[in-house]
Design a protein around this ligand. Structure first.
Ligand SMILES: Cc1ncc(COP(=O)(O)O)c(C=O)c1O
Length: 372
């Protein structure tokens, strides 16, 4: 038995390692906390990239969350297949993905699919492909609000792109998408100020578009760190789009203790070798837990002081003065530092309720391609 509140596993010996575990009631608690913070489901558009799971989407739909966001065509397909009525694919579409997206939209006529663009090339390609559809594609402009990854900076160029969306017969201007991946300050007061800067950029650009008579029905804003601040942004059409919150992880839990979410997706690993004094080798290589460039791979509740000293495909080597207490074969729970790429490493999750594995959930959109 592993009892490390809030995590309980009554029979870890029955679970092979490495395995991905989802604690269902903690996921439910995170979804409920997300809805509470947003003040209801209307201002929510959670990102499905963290879990890529149709079963988690089902839990969200049961709570009345109708609007969803995703990053890949496979995730969009999973969402539509699960019955999500409103899907925003928040990733610029290029190459064959433009046609895949349009074919997907044609195959699910009861789901509204929305797209983002940040350049005239995107607008042209999407509009040309959408000519085969019987309805225009609602299309948001991706605004670069400081991260500098995708998006276009607010200004005359961005206005021209938005005008172009509105002019195209097969697209419909649908608002502003603004992701704030650069807002990562631990101090909530500093984070709040950074979030306000984002709100100002978005509001000014919205006013600029409105003053030209362009419709701006929605403002899709942000990830997890500044989610509570975005939830307080009083503007019509705001939709908050956190993703990590649903599973949550060690990086976010330790960096943002003000957020009321609990890591709900863990890993079960075992000591496979103890090569020298003070060292433990676990079966938690980077094919089982995400290997982000910096920082911890995972936190071990039973080994809070363990120091990672090596990570390869199937091995994680830790140093700890307590190594003697963990003989070969010992099962350990690990909270992934970054859960989104970790979940994508596992075809399915063991679902734990009241300490027992009661189900297995596919990581539905883990593959790059489902049907489309
Ligand atoms: C465009 C976009 N929106 C929302 C999110 C969700 O952010 P978070 O992981 O902080 O919840 C991400 C995360 O990568 C993202 O890229």
């Amino acid at each position: 038995m592993i009892d490390a509140p809030p995590y309980l596993l009554r029979d870890p010996e029955s679970i092979p390692s490495p395995s991905f575990l989802v604690f269902r009631d903690l996921v439910a608690g995170n979804l409920d906390a997300m809805i509470r913070i947003a003040g209801g489901v209307d201002r929510l558009r959670p990102h499905a990239k963290t879990h890529k799971s149709a079963r988690v989407i089902q839990m969200a739909l049961e709570r009345g969350i109708t609007k969803h966001k995703c990053a890949t065509i496979a995730e969009a397909e999973m969402l539509a297949e699960a019955g999500a009525p409103d899907v925003l694919l928040a990733y610029p579409l290029v190459g064959p993905n433009v046609g895949r997206f349009v074919r997907l939209a044609a195959a699910f006529p009861t789901t509204t699919f929305r797209a983002v663009v940040d350049a005239p090339e995107h607008v042209r390609a999407l509009s040309d492909a959408a000519a085969t559809l019987d309805r225009p594609i609602p299309t948001l402009i991706d605004l670069d609000v400081g991260m500098g990854r995708t998006g276009i900076e607010s200004g005359i160029g961005a206005e021209a792109v938005y005008q172009e969306i509105e002019r195209k017969p097969h697209l419909a201007a649908d608002g502003i998408h603004a992701y704030d991946g650069h807002v990562s300050e631990s101090d909530p007061a500093v984070r709040a100020r950074r979030a306000e800067e984002v709100h100002e950029i978005v509001a000014q650009f919205r006013d600029r578009l409105s003053s030209r008579g362009l419709p701006v029905p929605r403002l899709v804003i942000g990830g997890t760190p500044a989610f509570p601040m975005h939830a307080g942004f009083e503007a019509p059409g705001v939709e908050c789009s956190p993703g990590t919150v649903v599973y949550h992880d060690y990086n976010y839990k330790s960096r943002y203790p003000d957020l009321p979410f609990t890591p709900a997706a863990l890993l079960l690993t075992r000591v496979v070798s103890s090569p020298r004094a003070g060292r433990l080798c676990l079966d938690l290589g980077h094919k089982a837990v995400a290997a982000d460039p910096a920082g911890l791979r995972a936190f071990f509740p039973a080994l809070p002081d363990a120091r990672p000293v090596g990570h390869s495909e199937e091995h994680l080597v830790l140093e700890t003065p307590n190594a003697d207490r963990f003989p070969i074969g010992t099962p350990l729970l690990a909270i992934p530092a970054h859960v989104c790429p970790t979940s994508a490493l596992h075809r399915s999750a063991h679902v734990v309720v009241d300490g027992r594995v009661v189900d297995e959930w596919e990581t539905t959109a883990r593959d790059r391609r489902l049907r489309f």
